[in-house]
Ligand binder design. Structure first.
Ligand code: FE2
Length: 192
């Protein structure tokens, strides 16, 4: 596509310049352009953080949907306790997901927003919660949380290296929530 642009010369007089821009290249460039320098972060250093945050987001989405499945499909004598607990946890996960995605945007890149990307990128895998025993559901959620905490520890290291205190603080908060929740879920199962 052809664009007509005004190009300023050294002596500050605008002249009409005729240039041809390949829109595909232009769009691809925009897609990869980071705006991290605007918030005083080094773009090159913060790039791995952004990629890791996008993977983290994918994992969180699969975890979130699993919690919903547990909430809907839990049966048995612990129904009232676990139905409410899973709802509490998926509500927390939903807010967490939004914060992660908006942090990716703050660092200048679009967050993953398609389930196909989440399924492809996520280390946490989907499970079928229909007919799953209530205690197995709790074990499954503890296992997801352990994988998320692992990702968070890697992110803490990467954000520290990039001088990205904002992401570091955010991830640290999410990690502490899951560390405490893991203790409570293990106690529910009667484990140490
Ligand atoms: Fe519900």
């Amino acid at each position: 596509m052809t664009y007509l642009l005004f190009k300023k010369l050294k002596f500050n007089k605008p002249i009409l310049t005729h240039i041809v821009v390949d829109t595909q290249t232009k769009n691809a460039k925009n897609k990869n352009t980071m705006d991290a320098k605007e918030i005083s972060l080094n773009e090159k250093e913060v790039k791995p953080v952004v990629d890791m945050l996008n993977d983290y987001l994918a994992n969180y989405h699969i975890h979130y949907q699993k919690l919903r499945g547990c909430h809907w499909n839990v049966k048995g004598q612990n129904f009232f306790t676990l139905h409410i607990k899973f709802e509490e946890l998926y509500t927390n996960a939903q807010l967490t997901i939004d914060e992660i995605a908006e942090r990716v945007l703050t660092l200048g890149k679009p967050p993953h927003s398609r389930f196909s990307d989440y399924i492809k990128e996520s280390k946490i895998k989907e499970v079928n919660t229909i007919g799953m025993a209530d205690m197995t559901m709790v074990e499954t959620i503890i296992d997801d949380m352990s994988k998320l905490i692992e990702l968070e520890r890697d992110l803490l290291e990467a954000t520290d290296k990039a001088g990205d205190d904002g992401s570091n603080d955010m991830v640290n908060r999410f990690m502490q929530f899951k560390e405490k929740t893991t203790w409570m879920l293990r106690s529910f199962l009667g484990k140490k």
